[in-house]
Write a new protein. Structure first.
Length: 374
């Protein structure tokens, strides 16, 4: 059992620099939670407070209901995997993995059993006698994981563990971490600036900005129902398109006037938009919800000019322009596009989201959490 609770956790430097501001997060037993956000948003500082490497300025940190604010790091039964591996260069892989257990004065046979079991799980048995300098980046990261696994901690903490790896190896290690997580069945907190890592591995994502939590929820809930414009722009790759439009009531419905085109709001969205009549809002559409084609007479499509074509093999990304604004569309690979080509796109308006121009909060109400969201 390892339930981690952060109650109003804050970190303040020099009396006034608030890098983490009143964070409330619950990580349930055996849950994989990812802290995501841009560099400097406070996610790693939060992780370091959980580990005991940073003092907590305000709030309470509990593990299994026990307050551990002042508990030394060595007594928290937490293992942390760092971005830079933090291996001892003069020790072999075996010695690196065994070091923490020897400090605890465990029996030699027990240490050997744990190290070899972890090495088998991570497929690094043949490297046990090598020094870190003889290993690749991915192999070193496995050793760092092994050093954490042998401790059999209550909670695993990961601080951007894949950021030093190349793109191909990151994808491979991501899959290996997901597999490892299922085998260990442990509580894990993972910090990353890469939302793709969070989306593919986490049960729950905590989105940070400027030290504050913006939204917490399962990956697809954040993707489909972002609480504000920041989350909408951060979760998803490429991110959501944002168009500034004016809400216009017309014939009992709502039209969205961009200046160079008008779009009808989805019927179920119209009532929520009417309170913004004659005001500007952000209309947001995912790149995959821009469908090529449309009837200009039906007033449900957008005329766009292709500015950049990015063929990626399995798909093609198009950078597009209205007269004043930019968008991205995700297209299948079976059609050739050219720069300066004029095209029409029909957005899936049922999937559109809207954000208040001043507060940047979502205009449409958030749906009630489903059982799978719990």
């Amino acid at each position: 059992m390892a339930r981690v609770e952060l109650k109003g956790i804050s970190k303040v430097y020099d009396g006034s620099i608030r890098v983490v501001d009143t964070v409330d997060v619950v990580v349930e037993d055996k849950e994989f939670v990812a802290f995501v956000g841009p560099s400097g948003c406070g996610k790693s500082t939060t992780l370091r407070m959980i580990a005991g490497l940073e003092d907590i300025t305000e709030g309470e940190l509990l593990i299994d209901g026990e307050l551990i604010n002042d508990t030394p790091p060595k007594d928290r039964n937490i293992a942390m995997v760092f971005q830079n591996y933090a291996l001892y260069p003069h020790m072999t892989v075996y010695e690196n993995m065994a070091f923490g257990l020897r400090i605890k004065k465990m029996k030699k046979d027990d240490i050997d059993k744990r190290v070899r079991e972890a090495a088998k799980i991570l497929d690094i048995e043949k490297f046990l006698d090598r020094k870190p300098k003889a290993l690749s980046g991915g192999q070193r990261q496995r050793v760092a994981l092994g050093r954490a696994i042998v401790r059999q901690p209550k909670v695993f903490l990961f601080d951007e563990p894949l950021s030093n790896l190349d793109a191909k190896l990151r994808v491979q290690m991501r899959a290996e971490l997901s597999s490892l997580r299922r085998r260990l069945d442990a509580t894990m907190i993972y910090v990353t600036h890469d939302q793709a890592e969070a989306m593919t591995m986490a049960d729950k994502i905590v989105v940070y900005k400027d030290g504050k939590v913006q939204q917490i929820g399962p990956p697809l809930r954040l993707y489909n129902y972002p609480a504000n414009k920041f989350v909408a722009g951060f979760i998803g790759s490429p991110p959501m398109n944002f168009l500034t439009v004016t809400v216009v009531e017309e014939d009992g419905g709502v039209m969205l006037d961009e200046g160079s085109f008008r779009l009808p709001a989805y019927t179920e969205h119209a009532e929520h938009l009417k309170k913004y009549a004659d005001k500007e809002v952000y209309l947001s559409v995912r790149p995959e919800d821009l469908i090529l084609g449309g009837d200009p007479e039906a007033k449900n499509s957008i005329p766009l000019l292709v500015s950049v074509v990015e063929p990626l093999g399995a798909e093609t990304m198009l950078r597009l322009n209205t007269k004043t604004q930019d968008l991205v569309a995700r297209m299948p690979p079976n059609r050739d596009f050219t720069v300066n080509e004029e095209l029409r796109f029909t957005p899936r308006m049922e999937n559109a989201r809207y954000f208040d121009k001043e507060t940047e909060f979502a205009i449409l109400p958030q749906p009630e959490p489903q059982p799978q969201d719990a």
